[in-house]
Design a protein around this ligand. Structure first.
Ligand code: TYC
Length: 106
């Protein structure tokens, strides 16, 4: 019988021992070059929405201008979405074609 001493009667649940260390994915926010948005406007965007100093903002703006694109920050999905929305809205309100997008980090 199953209640006899010595019987193998272990009904306990097997415990998953693999530690669950998965972190939520991060998203790169990218700024794209165009031929029309004034350089000073881009510098202002980077100061205002990404907390850069004037020198940092100027350097990143020049990188985008020369290379076509640059990562301007890495955030959670929600924060990245908010930043993209803020930049796109601000650019549209000022009638500049500046483009900002986000991309999942590997
Ligand atoms: N290429 C623009 C110009 O010459 C400047 C610029 C830089 C535009 C960065 C967009 O993300 C950008 N006025």
């Amino acid at each position: 019988m199953s209640d006899n001493p010595g019987d193998d009667n272990d009904t306990s649940v097997l415990v998953e021992t693999r530690p669950k260390t998965k972190r939520p994915p991060l998203y790169k926010v990218l700024l794209l070059n165009d031929d029309y948005t004034p350089m000073e406007f881009v510098v202002h965007v980077l100061e205002r929405f990404f907390g850069m100093t004037h020198a940092e903002a100027f350097e990143i703006m020049l990188t985008v201008h020369k290379k076509g694109v640059a990562v301007v920050g890495v955030f959670s999905h929600e924060i990245a979405e908010t930043k993209v929305g803020q930049v796109m809205d601000f650019a549209r309100r000022h009638q500049h074609p500046l483009q900002c997008t986000m991309e999942r980090e590997e």
